[in-house]
Design a protein around this ligand. Structure first.
Ligand code: SF4
Length: 332
């Protein structure tokens, strides 16, 4: 069925993370003959590969929306607070649905659908939270939650007869058995586990993000992207230092380098690349050189030659490796 054949049938955008629930919500709607297009939100914190695979599996178009400035603004000041880490889930859901709602209005679609299940997540998917999200999203009654719609008030597309309420579901709670049965019914074989996928829910990542928020602020997307690579240190003079853990990290750090950064790498032994975005005091640079030597393959050597690059200039220094217990407290 192509779009021209369904122009008299309801059309909706569905938030598609790629997780099972978001896929099932789409299956339930497609089963009614509705035209569904997926929407996935991209930022440094969430990957979109699962959504791409899911869209292929479901045979629906997928729209990729850059959400970076939205999520950074929400992390800066979440109206409804954070979850267990730096995940502003209620604000985030509301904003994603609102953004999809803008597409709905611009393109004359009838509704926005999500894969939310009542009470599946104690904080962000209870009845109160679903109400807050709906209010923030401001869709004027056009937010459809097909997996638990029968437990909620009828939405406008249901009242208008565009969506058949009787064929929507009434899922409630944390159990996954009904979803697994539905996955079998709809022949869904590919979906990631329900947990994971968003770095903002991870404690270690959130600690590093909070450190950037406190020191440099969230306005610099390069610094946010750097959080995805290497070990992160806050040196005693206040500089941020990122040490590559492997060749992939080292390459990424080099690609993010800007002229006022300090980059350090080993010369006479294999070793890491260290990046100090925006430069540092001589004391912090000296410490970072010793750290670079330590992470290098120094064997029994008393000193390692490191190259310190800043702008167009580069100098080489012979430095002793600094024992890890002398700088581990700066690890974020
Ligand atoms: S888990 Fe991450 S992507 Fe999902 S709502 Fe929360 S903050 Fe947003």
């Amino acid at each position: 069925m192509d779009e021209s054949e369904v122009k008299r049938i309801g059309r909706g955008y569905a938030l598609l993370s790629g997780g099972l629930d978001s896929q099932l919500a789409i299956c339930v709607l497609k089963e009614q003959g509705l035209w569904i297009e997926g929407v996935v939100f991209a930022s440094p914190f969430f990957k979109i590969d699962a959504a791409k695979k899911a869209a292929e599996q479901l045979r629906i178009p997928l729209h990729i929306v850059d959400f970076t400035s939205d999520i950074l603004e929400l992390i800066e000041k979440p109206r409804h607070g954070f979850g267990s880490a730096m995940n502003p889930c209620i604000d985030c859901h509301g904003r994603m649905i609102r953004r999809a709602g803008e597409m709905m209005r611009a393109n004359g679609f009838d509704f926005v659908a999500t894969g939310e299940v009542l009470n599946q997540r104690p904080m962000s998917q209870n009845r109160l939270s679903l109400g807050i999200v709906a209010k923030d999203a401001d869709l004027g009654g056009r937010l459809l939650r097909p997996l638990c719609a029968q437990l909620l008030d009828p939405t406008l597309p249901e009242q208008e007869g565009i969506v058949d309420r009787a064929r929507l579901l009434g899922l409630n709670g944390r159990g996954r058995k009904p979803q697994m049965e539905l996955a079998t019914k709809y022949g869904l074989v590919e979906y990631p586990s329900p947990a994971g996928g968003c770095l903002l829910t991870e404690k270690g990542f959130s600690r590093r993000l909070a450190d950037v928020k406190e020191h440099e602020g969230l306005g610099n997307v390069r610094l946010i992207n750097l959080l995805l690579h290497g070990r992160h240190f806050r040196l005693p003079g206040g500089a941020k230092c990122v040490a590559g853990r492997d060749a992939k990290d080292n390459l990424a750090l080099k690609s993010y380098r800007q002229p006022d950064d300090v980059m350090i790498h080993t010369v006479n032994v294999p070793g890491p690349t260290l990046l100090i975005p925006g430069g540092a005091s001589q004391e912090d640079i000296a410490l970072a050189c010793g750290m670079c030597a330590q992470y290098g393959d120094h064997g029994e050597r008393e000193t390692v030659i490191v190259r310190v690059v800043c702008g167009d200039s580069a100098i080489e220094r012979a430095v002793p490796p600094i024992p890890k217990d002398q700088f581990s407290r700066y690890l974020i």
